[in-house]
Each structure stands twice: as structure tokens, then as C-alpha cells.
Design a binder for this molecule. Structure first.
Ligand SMILES: NC(=O)C1=CN([C@@H]2O[C@H](COP(=O)(O)OP(=O)(O)OC[C@H]3O[C@@H](n4cnc5c(N)ncnc54)[C@H](O)[C@@H]3O)[C@@H](O)[C@H]2O)C=CC1
Ligand SMILES: [Mg+2]
Length: 365
């Protein structure tokens, strides 16, 4: 079994040396004694590629690439008529780029995003410097805005696109060291950048954002920002301020946006979200007293916020297509990939269970 063999090898011969050698040096040393890449658990293999530029370049040549054009991912239509991200072999991307007049070094700008079971590495690459339509024709796909893509994609690759876009954007906006003003250089995996003059290392940045589904026991509270698609309402969200805990940020955001005081908070789950730059969404449920549900909506932040009944939410969860202009305004919920959607489905299940329990109590009709 490769995993235990590697683990014992790691504990016996590598850990004692890890402190003595730097990480990069350690991996160079490891390359001489490690089993072949497809024996490593994917997470360890990813770490190896982040530390070893040569190994990463070779993984890139044998890997897959998701293309972006000015941060919009390339999607292809499946035989069943659904959309999926185009995972192209690096060799195919290389020949397309060469045919379109690129010098071949562009592929090296790919960033490492994931790894398949057999340790085939997956990368993302922005080909914004090439003609969009020519790339689309050559790859038989279409570049589509990532927000729209997340509404349409149901495949497991959606989070890879989100991560890829966030990483590509970070590289595009982090070309200079904020201490010296000098150029920064990335490692092959794209997991860090170093200042060319003083060696400061920069890692991709994420902002913590709290997101909360508030309930008064019977209804849940959703808000609408002016930029949301037609009819869409979502859970309340906000960036954490410096020094704040998750709970403090939640209480402040809810108080600021709708003037309510939270009674209890339960953590649900988290999610990386690529918008507006790169956020770590921390999803929670919260309750308010049924006696204090009057909303004071801050219209500088939200176009509207209101309480929704279980019936309204269950009908919205069944909708398959978004409302169109001219339709009577139906409630449209965030896409399945969004943590807001998860919070809403969790609340709905809990309410339905509560209703079933109440109906089954002796004496209920
Ligand atoms: N994945 C999901 O289910 C959902 C995700 N979201 C995300 O949550 C994010 C935050 O929600 P909002 O209500 O817009 O936040 P918010 O209520 O904190 O208001 C946004 C304002 O906060 C300020 N701000 C403070 N720190 C910031 C930072 N690090 N980056 C950018 N702006 C910062 C800016 O002035 C900005 O205009 C949204 O950008 C949206 O992408 C929102 C709802 C659902
Ligand atoms: Mg907000």
C-alpha cells in the first residue's frame, strides 16, 4: 500500500531532516528517495509541486489546463446539452497557442489548482492576450463570465474554476512588492510571489466574510443588493473588520444592515468565494426573538430585505430557470455552489422536520 509506505518513509527519514534543511532543499532531497508521483496522496503531491519548480513544470506538461480569457472560464457543451468546464490536455493547449501565434512560454504562466486521483495535476491559464473568438473556435467552447458560470455548472469542477480565477486575479494584481516597489516573481505553481530585491514572500490573499441566515423561528431573512440578478435574494453577508471575531462580525453586520439583535449563532460551513476578489465565506445560522423582528434596512447597503415564509422558500428552491424581465417577480435563490444556498436548504429541512414533529404530537390534528 503506497500511502503507509510513504508515511513511514516520511516519519523515519524526512522529518528529522526537515528542520535542518529549508523546505525547497528538502523537496530536492526528497525527489531522490520519493516513490513515483502517482504513489503520493494528492494533497502531498500538490505540496510537492508548490515547493519544486522542476517537478511542477513536468506535471504541467503531463497535466490538464482550464483556460480563462480575462478571468472568464472556457466552458464546453456536453452531449447531454449541459455545460462543463473544458479540461484540456496541456499538449493540446500548447498546439492551439502555437497555431494562434503565441511563443509557447504562455503555458508556463499556468497556476496549479488541483490534482486528480492518479496525481494528474490541473492548472488554470489566462489567455487574455489572444483573440477570444479564435481560442473559442480552436477549443470548441465559449468563455463565460464566472458568476454566470456558477449558476449554470453542476459539476465538481466549479470550485476549481473559482479557485483558479481567484489565483489568476491575484497574480495579475500583485506584480509589484508593496514594500520596495520592485517586480515580484512567482514560483512555477503560482502559490507565492517573491520580491526581486529583498526576497519578501507574498502569498495569495483572502478576506474573511461572514454570511448568516437569520430566522425568527418561523421565517427566514434574506436581503437583496442592487447588483444581484433579477429577483435574487440571499443571506446577509459582510466583511470582517480587523480584530473582530466571527460572532462579533455577524452581530455588527446584522445590526448595521437590518437593525436586528441576534440571540444565538450556530456555525454551519465555509466556502472559498472568488468575488469580489477572494473571500473565505463563514456560513452561520442565527436566531432573533420573534418579538423583535421589525427591520430597519440600511438602503446604502441593501436594496431591500424581508422575511420569507417556508412556503416561499420551498417554491423558490424548486425553480429551474431564473425570472426574466417582464415576469412577475419570483424569488430566485443563489446558485447551488454558494454557501448561501446551503444555509437556505439546511434551514428549510430543519423547518420541515419541526413541522412534521409538531403534526405528530398527540392531540395535534
Ligand atoms: N457565496 C455566497 O453565498 C454569497 C457571497 N457573498 C459575497 O460576500 C461578499 C461580502 O458581502 P457584502 O454584503 O458585499 O459585504 P459588506 O456588507 O461588508 O459591504 C461591502 C463593503 O464593505 C467594504 N469592505 C470592507 N472590507 C472589504 C474587503 N476586504 N473587500 C472588499 N470590500 C470591503 C467595502 O466598502 C464594500 O463596499 C460579497 O462581495 C459577495 O461576493 C454574498 C452573499 C452570498
Ligand atoms: Mg452586506
Amino acid at each position: 500500500m503506497p500511502v503507509p509506505r510513504f508515511k513511514s518513509l516520511f516519519t523515519a527519514s524526512v522529518l528529522p531532516n526537515a528542520q535542518r534543511l529549508g523546505c525547497g532543499a528538502m523537496w530536492s532531497r526528497l525527489r531522490t528517495i520519493l516513490p513515483s508521483p502517482n504513489c503520493l496522496p494528492p494533497r502531498w503531491y500538490m505540496n510537492r509541486l508548490k515547493e519544486d519548480d522542476t517537478a511542477c513544470l513536468s506535471a504541467l506538461h503531463n497535466g490538464q489546463i482550464f483556460l480563462f480569457h480575462h478571468l472568464s472560464p472556457l466552458l464546453q457543451c456536453t452531449q447531454r446539452g449541459t455545460l462543463r468546464p473544458a479540461a484540456l490536455a496541456t499538449s493540446d493547449v500548447q498546439s492551439v497557442l502555437e497555431r494562434l501565434g503565441s511563443d509557447g512560454s504562455l503555458v508556463k504562466k499556468s497556476v496549479l489548482v488541483s490534482c486528480l486521483e492518479q496525481n494528474q495535476a490541473q492548472f488554470c491559464l489566462d489567455v487574455g492576450e489572444l483573440d477570444q473568438v479564435s481560442v473559442e473556435e480552436a477549443c470548441e467552447g465559449k468563455f463565460l463570465d464566472l458568476r454566470k458560470s456558477l449558476f449554470l455548472l453542476t459539476t465538481a469542477e466549479a470550485p476549481i474554476l473559482a479557485k483558479g480565477q481567484a489565483l489568476l486575479r491575484w497574480h495579475q494584481t500583485s506584480r509589484f512588492c508593496s514594500a520596495t516597489g520592485q517586480l515580484t516573481h512567482r514560483n512555477q505553481a503560482g502559490s507565492q510571489r517573491a520580491c526581486s530585491s529583498n526576497g519578501i514572500i507574498y502569498y495569495p490573499k483572502m478576506s474573511p466574510v461572514v454570511i448568516v441566515l437569520v430566522s425568527d423561528g418561523r421565517r427566514c431573512l434574506l436581503g437583496r443588493q442592487p447588483a444581484f440578478p433579477l429577483g435574487m435574494y440571499s443571506a446577509l453577508a459582510g466583511f470582517c473588520d480587523m480584530g473582530e471575531s466571527l460572532e462579533e462580525a455577524l452581530c455588527r453586520e446584522v445590526a448595521e444592515e437590518v437593525g436586528l439583535e441576534l440571540q444565538s449563532i450556530t456555525y454551519s460551513s465555509s466556502q472559498h468565494w472568488p468575488f469580489p476578489h477572494s473571500s473565505l465565506m463563514l456560513g452561520c445560522h442565527a436566531t432573533v426573538s420573534p418579538a423583535h423582528t421589525q427591520l430597519q434596512v440600511d438602503h446604502a447597503e441593501l436594496e431591500n430585505a424581508r422575511w420569507f415564509s417556508l412556503e416561499e422558500i420551498t417554491s423558490a428552491l424548486k425553480l429551474q430557470t431564473p425570472p426574466q424581465r417582464g415576469d412577475s417577480p419570483a424569488l430566485w435563490l443563489p446558485p447551488k455552489q454558494a454557501v448561501a444556498h446551503r444555509l437556505i436548504t439546511e434551514w428549510t429541512k430543519q423547518q420541515l422536520l419541526k413541522d412534521t414533529d409538531q403534526n405528530q404530537r398527540p392531540g395535534s390534528c
